[in-house]
Design a protein around this ligand. Sequence first.
Ligand code: BES
Ligand code: ZN
Ligand code: MN
Length: 509
Amino acid sequence: MTKNENADRVRGPELQLATTLDKADTALVIGLIAPDKSEDGAEPTLSITDGILDDAQAEAIAAAVRALGASGSHGEITRLPAPAGLTVDLVVAVGLGSADDLDNADKIRQAAGIAARELEGITQAATTLSAVNLGAAAEGFFLGAYRFDTFRTDKTAPKKSLPTTITLLVEDKGRDAKAELAHAVAVADSVAIARDFVNTPPSHLYPEEFAERARYLGSAAGLGVEVLDDKALEKGGYGGIIGVGKGSSRLPRLVRLTHQGKKGAKKVALVGKGITFDTGGISIKPAANMDHMTSDMGGAAAVIAAVILAARLDLDVTVIATVPMAENMPSGTAQRPGDVLTQYGGTTVEVLNTDAEGRLILADAIVRAGEDEPDYLIDTATLTGAQMVALGARTPGVMGTDEFRDRVAALSAEVGENAWAMPLPAELRGDLKSRVADLANVTNHRNGGMLSAGLFLKEFVPESVGWVHIDIAGPAFNTGGAWGYTPKGGTGVPVRTIARVLEDIADNG
Ligand code: BES
Ligand code: ZN
Ligand code: MN
């Protein structure tokens, strides 16, 4: 596989607007609303079809799904042959839950994602979910239909593909609808860029290659691109990135991608952890599930995708992504537990555990990002197993300066990524004191592991910057089955949170 093949691949279905079914649509996805529980014997009803289906068609579908016993509970799938008079062959009804849930964009997004995965073998499908919420339906179908088969030959490639085109039915396909669809496609495609990076195995995605792919995609989006190689990092004094990277034959990189807003625009620094594989180094990890550490560049993938998205949406905010990339390996040249390194900017750190490597590469990148004097700094990383102990596999932890942290958590809930505000308790800071250096990279206990990692990073964040650290150890990589619009493997979290925050900063400062 060449890198351009990967970067230029089509990452999702084509999405088109229409007011009536297209002849090429062979399936129709409709929404089903659960009846109010207080009403005895009430039946589920179709979500809005006005102007899209005529009354007789809508009533025929409703009667058929009721006869099949559908309830309309969220995510329920009912498949039926299309009633006479419809040009499609198949109708797929997806439950949307109660009528109150229709205002919840993520419920629509999740339902669309579930429906998308039901369309194997269909080349073109239409949906009425777009009449409820166009943007959410578009994102859900695109994200739900995502597949990553780059490394499958004909021996195991899926026999039935998902639709290459989805027709989004709306009452009015005017300018507002076109803009809403274009926004959704830009967002979803950027999420898919992040997923592709996470899903690409460490054999194929190592720091040098990761940097080249970021350069390729960044240049194509019109970003400013700068790549520091291992020699430049050594010369520049990036002791954290060098220290972590020196156990590997694949040498580290630091990538900087810039989207320029208009004069006077706010400036946002993004920093993402780019460990292309984390063995733990000399403090080596157990063998079980070590392969999951292919996802340890999920933060880097997300910030690269987010700055590309800022350019695609032409957001009026300056965004500078600073992305450290290294492979954490044990070898004769690896750093040792007990080594002291000097971070970019001069702080010395005693490396008590080489598996707490993410904070070492992030500290260099955060100090470098701070030199640009940003108004806000967002870092994100698959940083601690403790994130999953605290919040589970799907809920990112967000720490930082109080006001900005709460703002980011609220915006994350809006897009359905649901990052949850966590504290940085001052009393834990003392546990990062070192016998020999300014700081130790770990505490000598397991309590509050996500928070002590956050406190470590805080040491490198400039005063007076609105800062958040988003720990995505669990949420970046789905090790269970597909759910909603989230496939197995790379999820693209927290691209949509960062995107929403950038938009909010562009609008409100
Ligand atoms: N990349 C891991 C964190 C991680 C664990 C991500 C599981 C995704 C799933 C990180 O580099 C790490 O190893 N953290 C250590 C820190 C500890 C040594 C203080 C951890 O969480 O065990
Ligand atoms: Zn790691
Ligand atoms: Mn580690």
